[in-house]
Design a protein around this ligand. Structure first.
Ligand SMILES: [Zn+2]
Length: 217
């Protein structure tokens, strides 16, 4: 927490404020500066700058720095998006695949976060494999009530994708042939099927609908 005597800074020229933001960016070795980082290392308080220039976004713009919006995206969100793109394309996404039409974030955002495109994919696979993926025996050993949430988190979807490949487990359709793929519970969650790797599969929309006609859920 930094206290500030506002009148003292009232006469500081804009250029000096901006120069200080640039100085912090250089000191951090970054192409952008978050509000928190600035308040740690800056000569002024961020509110002095935002009051003067309207917003932190405007401050960064004036300083010729990168806008920090993407710094607030969590790794989980980025991995979740990667699963979606992977499913949509039906194969491992390449750098140039991450267009606005298929991806929420650009390849550049992944590069910046992980230090490179390949490094981003490696981090994704590592996180997917390292996290907790409860398996059947372990789950069954517990009490006979619902143990897993219905929602299939990104890591489980990634593991299913890596296990089965991006094609429908029933008919083999893939996005190259126009199929839309979903990760689906084999035994429906509504009928007691758990959200575990063993009970998940990739299905195309057509097979998924066909399945729902037989077993609702
Ligand atoms: Zn199918």
């Amino acid at each position: 927490m930094k206290f500030e005597l506002e009148p003292h800074h009232r006469n500081v020229p804009d250029e000096e404020l901006i120069a200080d933001v640039k100085r912090v960016a250089v000191a951090l070795g970054k192409s952008s500066v978050t509000i928190d980082k600035y308040n740690e290392r800056g000569q002024f308080h961020s509110t002095t700058l935002t009051r003067r220039l309207g917003s932190w976004f405007a401050v960064l713009e004036r300083a010729g720095l990168e806008k920090t919006r993407n710094l607030h995206i969590s790794n989980e969100e980025m991995f979740d998006n990667l699963v979606e793109v992977w499913l949509r394309l039906g194969r491992q996404p390449k750098y140039n695949d991450l267009t606005k039409a298929v991806s929420k974030f650009s390849s550049g955002t992944y590069e910046k976060r992980f230090g490179g495109w390949r490094a981003a994919l490696e981090a994704f696979v590592k996180w997917a494999n390292e996290g907790e993926a409860p398996s059947m025996p372990e789950v069954q050993a517990k009490v006979a009530t619902r143990k897993t949430p219905r929602n299939i988190n990104w890591r489980l979807r990634a593991l299913v994708l890596m296990r089965d490949g991006a094609r429908c487990r029933l008919c083999g359709a893939n996005p190259a042939s126009g199929a839309t793929l979903h990760v689906d519970h084999i035994k429906p969650w509504s009928k007691g099927g758990e959200t575990v790797l063993e009970n998940l599969q990739i299905l195309c929309e057509a097979c998924n609908i066909g399945k729902s006609n037989v077993e609702i859920g």
